[in-house]
Design a protein around this ligand. Structure first.
Ligand SMILES: *Cc1c(COP(=O)(O)O)cnc(C)c1O
Length: 360
């Protein structure tokens, strides 16, 4: 489409073009109702259909068992850093966290700030978060084990989830939800800000097992209470209606792509193309250990920071946006979420090869 460029932004990030086109088509007059979804009551029959469809499609695509609920909350993944300990760590209890990067570190700090007891069960901090720890022990009496499924900044991802027995596994999947098939029944709670792989900013998806929903104490803020938000089917107060509508369209788009298996295959192909370009060159250096590499955020360095600056600038001149690494780590990061097409990755790897020849 004229004027559109390839978007490798880490989040908010690329949305599927057919979704944006449908939003545009229906923006002023939604399905003949004479008003926009933006102007619609969250209590209307039409919006009720939209939010129910979004929950139904999430369950269908992810194969979510019946004893789970899908909530649409606000405050981003960051509010979940507080909501999870507030809801799930009871008096005298503690929780365990695996520290695999900046987001895990923030999740730990937020729990501590609320006066909750937290143990770090494993960490890869000593090696600059370049890998995912395995073979660690989980205390059988922990309220939950928290992991960050994909580390958006460091480019690492869990490829096998820890076996936690009866301890609920809680996962921040903000940057890799629905990038591949997972077994939801292994988790007590999954959460994700929508703005990376599911839709626009403003809505946070929480998938929670029903027995955990009941744990929320009565004295926590209403907007963090899974019991209250879940009990009202995410309509306790005004939810982010337009963002939920777009999430629903993204889910429909996922189905049209052939569902998670097809999307996962394309994601693997896309990631492999970039990792191959890194591995066959001595000019590019990947920052994540090979067995912990992410399918979604691919991080690498060039021989100098000057060359990295030049790479980002020339990529943009060639129609590729968002390749600068996170400001806390530098380098290059290609975020290749579901909505980033194969052609974008072909163009990027082609550019990488040319840039290396011209600058090595
Ligand atoms: C982006 C991100 C966050 C922060 O999300 P907000 O919705 O901005 O609060 C948390 N965790 C991970 C893994 C992320 O990628």
């Amino acid at each position: 489409m004229k004027g559109r460029i390839f978007n490798f932004n880490p989040g908010p990030a690329a949305l599927p073009l057919p979704v944006l086109e449908e939003v545009q088509r229906d923006l002023l007059n939604y399905k003949g109702e004479g008003i926009s979804v933006l102007e619609m009551s969250h209590r209307s029959k039409t919006f009720d259909g939209i939010i129910k469809d979004a929950e139904r499609l999430m369950k269908e695509i992810m194969n979510i068992p019946d004893n789970y609920k899908v909530l649409f909350m606000q405050g981003g993944a960051t509010l979940q850093f507080a909501a999870i300990p507030l809801n799930l760590i009871g008096n005298g209890q503690f929780a365990e966290y695996v520290n695999t990067g900046s987001w895990s570190t923030k999740a730990v700090k937020e729990a501590q700030k609320l006066g909750k007891k937290v143990n770090v069960a494993a960490s890869s901090e000593e090696d600059n978060f370049s890998y995912i720890p395995t073979n660690f022990k989980v205390s059988p009496d922990a309220a939950y084990l928290h992991i960050t499924s994909n580390n958006t900044i460091f480019g690492t991802q869990f490829h096998e989830y820890p076996n936690t027995g009866d301890v609920p596994l809680v996962a921040d999947m903000s940057s890799d939800i629905n990038c591949r098939r997972i077994d939801v029944s292994k988790f007590g709670l999954i959460y994700a800000g929508a703005q990376k792989n599911m839709g626009p900013s403003g809505v946070t998806i929480v998938i929670i097992r029903e027995d955990l929903l009941e744990k929320s104490p009565d004295n926590i803020p209403t907007m963090t209470s899974y019991k209250i938000i879940g009990g009202k089917d995410s309509l306790y107060n005004t939810p982010p209606t337009f963002a939920i509508y777009i999430v629903k369209l993204v889910l429909e788009w996922m189905k049209e792509q052939g569902g998670l298996e097809k999307i996962e295959a394309v994601n693997k192909q896309k990631a492999q193309m970039i990792y191959n370009a890194i591995d066959r060159s001595s000019f590019y250096r990947g920052t994540a250990k090979a067995n912990s590499r992410s399918l979604m955020n691919i991080t690498f360095r060039l021989p100098s920071e000057e060359l990295e600056k030049k790479f980002v600038a020339e990529a943009l001149e060639n129609g590729m946006l968002g390749l600068k690494g996170h400001r806390s780590v530098g380098g290059i990061r290609a975020s290749i979420y579901n909505a980033v097409p194969l052609e974008a990755v072909e163009k990027l790897t082609d550019f990488m090869n040319k840039f290396e020849k011209a600058n090595a």
